[in-house]
Design a protein around this ligand. Structure first.
Ligand code: BT5
Length: 320
């Protein structure tokens, strides 16, 4: 844990009570000047820390919505997912940032930015990521697997997002392969990128964008995009990220350590927006009406074509 996290943890742990500079300095083994510097840095990050003469410091209000390392990692019941968070004000793309540092940080590191100026979707598409409007984050993981096993991690991530939202009372569903929707509109997109050699994965970056507060979407997406706020949900971003970390770690460990795909697949089926429905599959600019039957062991979509033929679809786009 970094010193600044320890400072905020000590303050959070003391609840309503004040912690004096003296107490903090003894508890953390740092000088009082260092305590003071860390307190100021935390204030700059948005923490409302009261200081009262002769009493010390105390948190004036619960800092719910700051996506800081301290808030996310505080008593987070995971082993490694989300234990280290890099919180940025602005960045081109959290995925690109994650790829720059991927080799240097430990698995489980989370990069979160308030704003992205070059947020990316799949195939070079743009992901709108206005400041403070959502959760724009990338998780770096280092599974010891062969590269062909990595795409399943997109499903693990999708299942974890819907489960996390469901834990917080949001009815969301998964539109295979990488969209999460609420009331038929896209609330979240996932972009998985891989750094690998032929035989092994170096690291995987799972980029997740969740619209939280957006009210006005640009014209080109306003018919198909929505935010939690627009759908009537007022949730703290910190809670969502924490729930995501908890759910992701369970499914991820199951898949990587025990080869367990079932838990992820069960969630993908349970929360599927398309299984049992007629949808259009779009591939190579062709649009075909099919019926979705299932998601198979490999995470591929099984559909029945008009002529009755069963097909397995490995990638592409689905429109409802
Ligand atoms: C995705 O691609 O849905 C993956 C989005 C991943 C975004 C995260 S944010 C953190 C991390 N850093 C990044 O740079 N990216 C990841 P795709 O399935 O290709 O969908 C992209 C399409 O979604 C666009 O072409 C638009 O039509 C639409 N779109 C763009 N911004 C949106 C938004 N904020 N909400 C909903 N839809 C959006």
């Amino acid at each position: 844990m970094f010193v600044r996290e320890k400072v905020i943890k000590a303050i959070l742990d003391s609840g309503e009570n004040f912690m004096s500079g003296e107490q903090l300095s003894k508890k953390l083994g740092i000088s009082r000047t260092a305590v003071w510097k860390h307190i100021n840095a935390l204030r700059e990050e948005g923490y409302n820390i009261e200081s009262v003469n002769k009493k010390g410091y105390r948190l004036a209000e619960k800092p719910d919505d700051i996506l800081s390392s301290e808030n996310i990692a505080y008593n987070l019941p995971t082993e490694f997912i989300g234990k280290k968070v890099i919180h940025l004000d602005t960045v081109g793309s959290t995925n690109d940032y994650a790829k720059e540092i991927g080799n240097k940080v430990s698995g489980g590191t989370l990069i979160i930015s308030e704003q992205q100026t070059k947020g990316k979707g799949r195939l070079g598409r743009v992901w709108k990521s206005k400041s403070g409007d959502g959760i724009w984050m990338s998780l770096i993981i280092k599974p010891k697997i062969e590269p062909y096993k990595a795409p399943f991690l997109t499903l693990v991530a999708g299942a974890s997002v819907v489960k996390a939202l469901s834990n917080l009372g949001v009815e969301a569903s998964i539109k295979w392969p990488n969209d999460i929707i609420v009331h038929n509109k896209k609330i979240c997109g996932i972009l998985t990128e891989l750094s690998a050699e032929m035989e092994r994965v170096n690291y995987v970056v799972i980029g997740i964008g969740i619209n939280i507060k957006t009210i006005d979407f640009p014209d080109e997406i306003k018919e198909k995009a929505t935010s939690l706020y627009k759908e009537g949900y007022k949730l703290s971003r910190v809670d969502i990220v924490r729930q995501f970390c908890i759910e992701f770690e369970k499914l991820y460990k199951g898949y990587i350590l025990d080869g367990n795909k079932q838990d992820t697949l069960e969630l993908c089926r349970k929360y599927s927006a398309i299984i049992g429905k007629q949808v259009y599959v779009i591939k190579n600019n062709k649009r075909e009406l099919v019926k979705c039957i299932d998601i198979n062991e490999n995470g591929n979509l099984i559909v029945k074509e008009k002529n009755g033929e069963i097909q397995e679809i490995m990638s592409g786009e689905v429109s409802i």
